[in-house]
Design a protein around this ligand. Structure first.
Ligand code: GLV
Ligand code: MN
Ligand code: MN
Length: 412
C-alpha cells in the first residue's frame, strides 16, 4: 500500500496543540482538566470529526475516535497516547502518538484502505501523574487496575476532590463504565518519542519496543519541628528537610546498588513548609519514582528505601509513613505486534532496533487488555520532559508511516 503522510499538516497541528499551554513557548504545561487541557481536548475532537471519524468520550474523559471496519462487531485495532503535559515540558511527548495516530488513520483513508476490523484512536486521560499523583489514570482505569472507589478518593495538590475536578472537566457518567473487558481490542500500538538517546546514537529512525519498564511511586509527608532559625540551637533539632534530604540520598544509593543500568531512582518532588529563610522546615512533602525492567529488582530497591527511612526517621525524631501510590509490573510487548511493526519498517525500508521503554506509557496498561506494542522515533539529545524536547517532522512522518502500516496489517 502506498501511504502518503501529510507532514506539513501534522506539524501545523502539533504547533497548534502546543499553544494550549500554561507555560510560555517553547515550554508546555497542560494539566488534567485545566482550561488548556480542555482546549486541547476540544481541538482533538474537532480534528477527528473533520477526518470523518466517529467520536465518543467515556466517563473519565478518555476520547475514542473510530474508523469503522467492514466487520465492526470484531474487536478493533487501537492506537493512541496522551496530550497532557507535565509542568514546563515539551510539545512531543504523547502528542506525537495522538496527532500522529490521527494522521495515520487519515493516510490509510486517503490511500483507499478499508479495514476489516475497525480502527480506534484513543486520547487517554492524564497519562502524567501531575494533578492526582498517579499516572495513566485513563488506561489504568480501563484495565481495571484502578478502581472507581480509589479514583473517587483522590484529591489534587490544592485539595480539590477528584469528582469535583471531573465534572468541571465536562465528564459525567458512572466511573464503573470505564473499565473494559480483556480482549475488547484485537491489538494496541502506541507511537511515541523515545525520550532517551539510543536511537539518535545508533543513527536509526525507528525503535520497536519489546518491553516497558515498571514504575513504583512513593509519597511521604515528613512532620518535624519548626522554629526560629537563629534562636533554636542545633542540638535536638527535628528538621524535616534534612530528614528528607537524607532519604533522597538513600534513594540514589539504593538505585545504584543494583549495579544494573536499568534501575533508576528519582526524588522528583520535594516541598517544604513554611519555606522561609529564617525558619526551620517543619514539614516536607516528597515523591519518589523508582523503575526497572525487572520487577523483583525494583521491589528490592523500594525495600531498601523503606529500611533507610525507618532508620533516618528514628534517628532524626521525625515522623511520616511512606505511602505506595503505585507499584506496577513491567509489560512485555506481544510478538504479533512487534512483528507487524517490523514488517512495516521493512516494507518502508527503514532500519530499526528492538528496545526497552524506560518511560512508562498507556501501553503498559493496554497490555493487560490486548496484545500491545510500541513504536519509538528518535528524541534529539535524548531530551524529554523539557521545553527543548525535539523530534523532526521527517522523523515523526516516518513513525506515522510505520504506525499506519502496522495498523493496516493488524486490521486486515
Ligand atoms: C511518563 O511520562 C513517565 O514518567 O515515564
Ligand atoms: Mn511524559
Ligand atoms: Mn508520554
Amino acid at each position: 500500500m502506498n501511504i502518503s503522510v501529510n507532514q506539513e499538516r501534522l506539524s501545523a497541528e502539533l504547533d497548534t496543540l502546543a499553544t494550549f499551554s500554561d507555560a510560555p513557548a517553547p515550554a508546555v504545561t497542560r494539566v488534567l482538566w485545566t482550561a488548556r487541557d480542555l482546549e486541547a481536548r476540544a481541538y482533538f475532537q474537532i480534528l477527528c470529526s473533520e477526518a470523518g471519524l466517529s467520536v465518543r468520550q467515556d466517563a473519565l474523559g478518555n476520547i475514542f475516535a473510530r474508523f469503522e471496519g467492514t466487520e465492526p462487531h470484531l474487536p478493533a485495532v487501537a492506537t493512541g497516547s496522551h496530550t497532557d503535559a507535565i509542568p514546563h515540558s515539551g510539545r512531543f511527548d504523547g502528542c506525537v502518538g495522538v496527532l500522529g495516530g490521527l494522521e495515520a488513520l487519515r493516510a490509510l483513508k486517503s490511500a483507499g484502505f478499508v479495514p476489516r476490523r475497525s480502527l480506534e484512536l484513543i486520547m487517554f486521560t492524564s497519562e502524567e501523574p501531575t494533578r492526582f499523583g498517579l499516572g495513566c489514570l485513563g488506561s489504568r482505569t480501563m484495565a481495571g487496575v484502578l478502581s472507581p472507589e480509589k479514583l473517587r478518593g483522590l484529591k489534587d495538590g490544592d485539595g480539590i476532590a477528584f469528582e469535583t475536578a471531573r465534572s468541571a472537566g465536562g465528564c459525567s457518567g458512572e466511573l464503573e463504565t470505564v473499565r473494559l473487558p480483556e480482549g475488547c481490542y484485537h491489538a494496541f500500538v502506541e507511537l511515541h518519542i523515545e525520550q532517551g538517546p539510543l536511537l539518535e546514537k545508533a543513527g536509526l529512525p525507528l525503535g520497536v519496543v519489546a518491553a516497558i519498564a515498571a514504575p513504583a511511586t512513593l509519597r511521604l509527608t515528613i512532620e518535624g519541628e519548626g522554629g526560629h532559625a537563629g534562636a533554636r540551637l542545633m542540638p535536638g533539632r527535628r528538621d524535616a528537610l534534612l530528614a528528607g534530604s537524607e532519604l533522597a540520598l538513600a534513594v540514589e544509593k539504593a538505585a545504584l546498588s543494583t549495579g544494573a543500568i536499568d534501575t533508576v531512582g528519582t526524588t522528583g518532588f520535594f516541598q517544604i513548609h513554611p519555606g522561609a529563610v529564617n525558619s526551620i522546615p517543619s514539614r516536607a512533602q516528597i515523591e519518589i519514582d523508582v523503575r526497572d525492567i525487572e520487577l523483583e529488582r525494583r521491589d528490592e530497591v523500594v525495600g531498601q528505601i523503606r529500611a533507610a527511612w525507618d532508620e533516618i526517621s528514628e534517628r532524626r525524631g521525625v515522623s511520616g509513613a511512606l505511602e505506595t501510590l503505585n507499584a506496577d509490573p513491567p509489560a512485555t510487548c506481544a510478538e504479533s505486534i512487534v512483528s507487524a511493526s517490523q514488517n512495516a519498517a521493512k516494507a518502508l525500508d527503514l532500519p530499526f532496533q528492538k528496545m526497552v521503554s524506560r518511560a512508562y506509557h498507556d501501553a503498559l496498561f493496554m497490555a493487560r487488555l490486548c496484545p500491545t506494542g510500541m513504536i519509538f522515533i528518535p528524541s534529539k539529545g535524548g531530551i524529554s520532559h523539557r521545553p527543548d524536547e525535539y523530534s523532526s517532522p521527517e522523523e515523526i512522518k516516518r513513525g506515522v508511516e510505520v504506525l499506519a502500516l502496522s495498523l493496516a496489517e493488524l486490521a486486515a
